[in-house]
Design a protein around this ligand. Structure first.
Ligand SMILES: Nc1nc2c(ncn2[C@@H]2O[C@H](COP(=O)(O)OP(=O)(O)OP(=O)(O)O)[C@@H](O)[C@H]2O)c(=O)[nH]1
Length: 194
């Protein structure tokens, strides 16, 4: 049994949102900003939530917010920064663009914890989800090296670690949908309301 106090939630909310054209975390679904859905899924499972973003508007949420240690380096930098700030070995890392995410999916990642795996990521519909994943704190040193070598591909960094995938069945496919474009936003609204 993993206790809440042993787990930190890290939400990546930086980046350019170039495909959407506006910060994805502030998009509204049923009167709630996208980022709040990530917060709500994490809350039952973690002792602290850290938001990684330059946007001070997130401070209204009343959570700890830090900025990226390495600027403009993508999710790998966000994860590294979050792991540096975290006080726990276990860390659930989420993006801010997955408004159908549930605690149940995150619990499955926790249930899959073993001694060997450094990263445990969700896999849905044959797609692995490095931003619906559990990272152990020491991964930060590996990611720091990649950033120093200017390697920004998260999937490359993950492959250098001991990782495993938790394959979710069809019932959870909607829960892992992420939004990058206005068209995908419409699909999420359809999935939410129907
Ligand atoms: N802290 C932090 N988060 C990031 C960074 N880049 C992306 N993210 C977050 O990572 C998640 C996935 O981001 P992407 O959709 O791949 O990238 P994006 O920059 O937001 O959007 P595009 O410009 O359309 O690729 C989102 O939650 C982003 O907020 C970054 O450099 N720092």
């Amino acid at each position: 049994m993993i206790e809440k106090k042993s787990v930190t939630g890290i939400i990546l909310a930086g980046g350019k949102s170039s495909r959407m054209g506006s910060d994805k975390g502030f998009l509204m679904l049923n009167n709630k900003p996208f980022i709040q859905y990530s917060i709500d899924a994490l809350t039952p499972l973690v002792s602290e939530i850290i938001i990684i973003s330059d946007a001070s508007e997130y401070d209204d949420l009343g959570l700890k917010r830090i900025t990226d240690i390495t600027k403009d380096a993508g999710p790998i930098s966000g994860i590294y920064s979050g792991l540096e700030a975290s006080k726990t070995e276990l860390n659930l890392v989420l993006s801010c663009d997955i408004p159908l995410i549930t605690s149940e999916v995150l619990q499955k990642l926790i249930n899959a914890i073993d001694d060997e795996s450094e990263i445990i990521q969700a896999e849905s519909n044959d797609k692995t989800m490095p931003l619906i994943a559990l990272y152990k704190k020491p991964v930060k040193d590996r990611f720091k090296n990649f950033l120093e070598q200017d390697e920004r591909r998260l999937r490359v960094a993950i492959k250098s670690c001991n990782y495993k995938n938790v394959v979710l069945d069809e019932a959870y496919q909607n829960a892992t949908l992420n939004v990058n474009t206005k068209e995908e936003f419409k699909q999420i609204e359809d999935a939410y309301y129907h």
